[in-house]
Write a protein that binds this ligand. Structure first.
Ligand code: GTP
Length: 457
C-alpha cells in the first residue's frame, strides 16, 4: 500500500519536483520511476499498481512525440534545483494529435441525426466517422449525409457493442485510419451504439498507446431524448448492472437535450434539473433534430488541462450562456437557452459545498475552498481516493493551490486515469482558490470536502 501510494503520489510530485524545499524527499520517489528503463519518454508514463483493476495511468501531458516534460523537469531538478525558471514548465505544450469525439446517447435519441448534421454543416473539417451499430445496419440509409458530403471515411464496427466486445477493433480501426489516411482528415467522430457505456471507450484513448500517440479525446457528446429518457433513467437495474442512460449523461462534456418538440417546457425543465444533478460539469443545450452549432460539439477540449478552469469555475453553466451569446446566430429559437440554475451553491467565506450530502446514485459534487494545500497530504488524499474509489469516480476536474508551487495545478481524471500539470502562475493579487468537481457514484460530499480540507495548511 505504501509503495502504491508513492506511485500515485508521483502524479503530483513529479510535477512539483522543481520546488526546492520538497526536492530531497521527492527525488527518492520520483526519479526511480522516471529514469527506469521502463519509462517511455516519448509516450505517456504509466504507473501501474499491483492489480489490473486499480491500474493508475498517469498520463504525461507533453506532446507524445515531443519528449517527456516530466522527465525533463525531474532531470532539471536534480541538477539545478535552485535556478528553476517557470517559463518552459508552466506552458502546456500544443497538442497536435487528431481530435476524436464520442457521440453517445440512448437508442433513438438522435445520434445519427446529429452526425448527419455534423457531416452536412459548413465547418471546413474533414471528418472520419466510426460507426458502431448493433447488428445489421444499412449505412447508406442511416447516414445519408455521408454519401453526399463525402465524409473522408466511414468505418463500421457492427459486430457488437463497443463497450464490451470490440474495444480491440476500435483500437485497430483508429490505428488503421491514422496509418493509412493521416493528413486526409482533421477529426474523428465515433458514434456508439445506444447501449454503450462510454467509460471503456474513453479509457481506450488513454490505455492504448497506439491510439494515445496519434489521437486525443476531444469530448463526449451525449444526446438525450427529451421524451423517453425519463423512463430509462428511472429503470432500476439488477445489482452490478449499469444504467446506461445515467452513465452516458455522467461522462458527457456536452449534453444535447434533443426532441424538445415532443414535450412541453415543464418536462424539459425538470429533465434538465435531473441531468444537472448527475452532471454539473457538462454544457447543456436543448434542441430539435440535433441542430447545434458545430463548435458546440467539435473542438471542445473536454479532456484538455488548459480548459479546466472554465469548467471548474462555473461547472459549465455560465459558459453555456456565453456560448449561446456568441455563436447562436444561425439557427432560430427552436431550442431554448439553458438558463437553468437549479443547483444552488452556498458561499460562505470562500467555501462552498452542495446541499446534497450523500447520493447513492450518480451525482456531482464540487468543492471550492480558498487556501493552499500541503503537498504531501494532498498527494495522499488524492492518491488514496484514486486507489480506493476510482471505480466510483467517473470524472473529476480540479484546479489547486499547492504550498510552495507558484503555478496553479490543474488536473482531470476518468476513473483511474489521472492527468495533471502546473499551468499558469498565480497572480500576485489573485485569491488562491481551489476548485474541484467530481462526478461519480456513491459520492459523499461531506466526506470529500472534509478530506480535502484536512490537506489545507
Ligand atoms: N420529433 C423529433 N424526431 C427526431 C428528433 N431528432 C431525431 N428524430 C427522429 O428520431 C429517430 C431516431 O433518430 P436517430 O438519429 O436515428 O437516433 P439514434 O440515436 O441514432 O438511434 P439508434 O441508432 O437507434 O440508437 C429518427 O426518426 C429521427 O428522424 C427531434 O428532435 N424531434
Amino acid at each position: 500500500m505504501a509503495s502504491i501510494t508513492a506511485d500515485l503520489a508521483t502524479t503530483f510530485l513529479t510535477l512539483t519536483a522543481r520546488h526546492r524545499n520538497q526536492l530531497s524527499q521527492l527525488q527518492a520517489t520520483v526519479l526511480p520511476f522516471l529514469l527506469s528503463p521502463k519509462t517511455r519518454p516519448s509516450q505517456s508514463l504509466h504507473f501501474t499498481t499491483s492489480s489490473f483493476r486499480s491500474r493508475i495511468i498517469a498520463v504525461d501531458f507533453a506532446r507524445p512525440r515531443g519528449g517527456s516534460r516530466r522527465l525533463t523537469m525531474a532531470a532539471t531538478a536534480t541538477t539545478t534545483p535552485k535556478s528553476e525558471g517557470s517559463d518552459v514548465s508552466t506552458k502546456i505544450p500544443p497538442d497536435d494529435r487528431i481530435p476524436a469525439t464520442i457521440i453517445t446517447g440512448f437508442l433513438g435519441s438522435g445520434k445519427t441525426t446529429l452526425l448527419n448534421h455534423i457531416l452536412t454543416a459548413e465547418h471546413g473539417k474533414r471528418i472520419a466517422v466510426i460507426e458502431n451499430e448493433y447488428g445489421e445496419v444499412d449505412i447508406d440509409g442511416s447516414l445519408v449525409a455521408a454519401k453526399t458530403t463525402g465524409a473522408e471515411d466511414i468505418v463500421m464496427l457492427n459486430n457488437g457493442c463497443l463497450c464490451c466486445t470490440v474495444r480491440g477493433d476500435l483500437v485497430r480501426m483508429i490505428s488503421e485510419l491514422v496509418n493509412k489516411k493521416k493528413g486526409r482528415f482533421d477529426h474523428i467522430v465515433i458514434e456508439t451504439t445506444g447501449l454503450a457505456n462510454p467509460a471503456p471507450i474513453i479509457q481506450t484513448f488513454y490505455a492504448e498507446d497506439q491510439v494515445f500517440n496519434d489521437v486525443k479525446l476531444d469530448g463526449v457528446v451525449t444526446l438525450v431524448d427529451a421524451k423517453h429518457v425519463g423512463f430509462h433513467l428511472d429503470e432500476v437495474k439488477p445489482k452490478g448492472v449499469v444504467n446506461e442512460a445515467v452513465e452516458q449523461i455522467a461522462y458527457a462534456d456536452r449534453i444535447i437535450v434533443n426532441k424538445t418538440d415532443l414535450v412541453g417546457e415543464p418536462e424539459v425543465a425538470s429533465l434538465v434539473q435531473r441531468i444537472r444533478k448527475i452532471n454539473r460539469m457538462a454544457h447543456l443545450k436543448r434542441t430539435e433534430f440535433g441542430k447545434v452549432d458545430l463548435d458546440y460539439v467539435l473542438g471542445v477540449g473536454g479532456f484538455d488541462l488548459e480548459r479546466i478552469e472554465s469548467v471548474v469555475n462555473d461547472e459549465g453553466e455560465k459558459k453555456d450562456q456565453d456560448h449561446d451569446h456568441h455563436h447562436d446566430h444561425d439557427h432560430h429559437d427552436n431550442h431554448h437557452h439553458d438558463s437553468d440554475h437549479d443547483h444552488k451553491h452556498e458561499h460562505h467565506d470562500g467555501h462552498h459545498s452542495h446541499d446534497h450530502i450523500h447520493d447513492p446514485g450518480v451525482s456531482s459534487v464540487s468543492i471550492v475552498c480558498e487556501g493552499s494545500l500541503d503537498l504531501e497530504k494532498a498527494n495522499i488524499w488524492l492518491g488514496t481516493l484514486l486507489l480506493e474509489r476510482s471505480e466510483d469516480i467517473y470524472r473529476m476536474k480540479g484546479l489547486l493551490s499547492v504550498q510552495g508551487m507558484d503555478e496553479r495545478f490543474v488536473f482531470q481524471g476518468v476513473h483511474d486515469i489521472f492527468q495533471g500539470s502546473p499551468d499558469r502562475l498565480w497572480g500576485s493579487d489573485e485569491a488562491r482558490t481551489n476548485k474541484i468537481v467530481f462526478i461519480g457514484k456513491n459520492l459523499d460530499a461531506q466526506e470529500l470536502e472534509k478530506g480535502f480540507k484536512a490537506c489545507l495548511l
